[in-house]
Design a protein around this ligand. Structure first.
Ligand code: KIV
Ligand code: ZN
Length: 433
């Protein structure tokens, strides 16, 4: 099939995109000012993250994560799906009751009065309560899952949002999520209508989820931009992305630069299937771009360990920022660059500062058969040895041979010291002869 004939890219979507000025020159991009609004981190670990765990958290575990989220400094916390079971209701109520003044506390409900009632009952004691209503809006889901009409969808949205608004009054907020928004390519005009309806009936925030990540970040971000442009100027746009193809962070970061204010993210990227957008990755990417990130970034590393322990979901060693191995440098070229830029704020191969995220260790240089003399120099200098670069250059082939012949890869400091001591002894002998 001709790629331009993807059946999902129908006229409606094409019309919206061709009206946008999508192409910018590089210098235009560099001159783009940062968004005026600060990002609002709405954490969904306790809801989307928890619902996907093999062993969902009990109240104590939820409370531990909740307190850690407060330490991290998120602006909002979705504490759960109050109507899903009694334990969940109890957890939502408890967390709402201990929430601080400045944090939005939300509970998810489908567009069903009974569920909305339970959500409100659970969170109404929070200083800033929010009822979150979700209802599907993509043509595919309306037709194949809901098996209803778009008119009925609008009706459901208006009734449920109006009902939730009547409960929260001036004390709280209502968020409406158009589930499967990222799939609404062929009915984007309808998606806009759905969000407009939600706003007309009292929604304070509209959330645009990439419920299932199927395409490119650019496509989703273009849709976010199209909807943002079509809705009233002061609309609070939120986005919620999943990581099915591994691009959720990119999608979220770019959506922020395209107008989204609220970013729904999860600790360690927990969530349905491949998870939600990882809070840490979004936070550090925005930080690197010069955005004032309203989080305590130094709490990232300890938070990741705690969440991994409580969720029983290991952090894989190549996980950006928090993976065990992502600070290691083993090849000669890289080690040379690391050695030469260690003292600078920007490292040749350092994407982030370990101290920024509270990691106890920064660049780690290890010696393997791939390593060069800079590695030997750095490792021994760090161990307090007075080695010169020239001596490191002589030691490197010896160590490389040992590494290759032993077949065990990395050499320990002890093994390196042994060879270094031999080299020093030989040098000493030749001087005294
Ligand atoms: O992925 C999704 O669409 C959701 C909604 C509840 C926002 O989790
Ligand atoms: Zn989700």
């Amino acid at each position: 099939m001709d790629q331009t004939e993807n059946p999902e890219h129908t006229i409606a979507a094409k019309n919206v995109f061709t009206n946008q000025k999508e192409v910018q020159t590089f210098s235009e991009i560099l001159q783009n000012p940062l968004p005026k609004h600060a990002p609002f981190f709405m954490d969904v670990t306790l809801r989307d993250g928890n619902q996907a765990l093999r062993k969902p958290w009990n109240l104590d575990q939820k409370e531990t994560v909740f307190k850690q989220l407060l330490k991290l400094g998120v602006q909002g916390i979705e504490v759960g799906f109050a109507s899903s079971n009694d334990q969940e209701f109890e957890a939502c109520s408890r967390l709402a009751s201990i929430a601080p003044e400045n944090v939005v506390i939300s509970s998810l409900s489908r567009a069903v009065e009974k569920e909305i009632d339970i959500s409100w009952k659970a969170i109404r004691n929070a200083p800033k309560p929010r009822i979150h209503i979700v209802y599907p809006i993509s043509a595919f889901t309306i037709q194949n899952v809901l098996k209803t009409t778009p008119e009925n969808v609008l009706q459901k949205i208006s009734e449920s949002v109006a009902y939730a608004k009547s409960l929260v009054g001036d004390r709280g907020e209502v968020q409406f999520s158009g589930e499967h928004f990222g799939d609404a390519l062929e009915n984007l005009d309808f998606a806009v209508e759905a969000f407009r309806t939600a706003l007309n009936y009292g929604a304070d925030v509209v959330n645009l989820p990439n419920t299932v990540e199927r395409y490119r970040p650019w496509l989703f971000v273009s849709m976010v931009r199209a909807v943002t442009n079509a809705l009233p100027k002061d609309t609070k746009i939120s986005i919620h992305t999943h990581n099915d193809l591994g691009m959720a962070t990119a999608t979220t970061v770019e959506s922020y630069f395209s107008g989204a204010i609220q970013l729904e993210t999860a600790l360690n990227g927990l969530g349905e299937r491949a998870g939600n957008t990882n809070t840490f990755e979004v936070a550090v990417a925005l930080h690197n771009c010069g955005v004032e990130v309203p989080l305590d970034l130094s709490a990232i590393y300890e938070t990741s360990r705690l969440v991994s322990y409580l969720s029983e979901v290991p952090i894989y060693e190549k996980a950006p920022l928090i993976g065990e191995d992502v600070i290691s440098h083993r090849s000669g070229i890289h080690q040379d660059g690391v050695a030469k830029t260690r003292h600078l704020r920007k490292g040749a191969y350092r994407a982030f500062d370990a101290a920024l995220i509270g990691r106890p260790e920064g660049d780690r240089i290890e010696f393997t058969s791939q390593s060069g003399k800079s590695a030997v120099f750095c490792i021994l200098r760090d161990a307090g040895e007075e080695i010169s670069l020239e001596q490191a250059g002589r030691l490197q082939p010896v160590l490389k041979k040992i590494s290759e012949e032993s077949g065990k890869g990395g050499l320990s400091l002890n093994e390196i010291m042994t060879e270094w001591n031999k080299l020093k002894a030989i040098a000493h002998e030749s001087v005294s002869e």
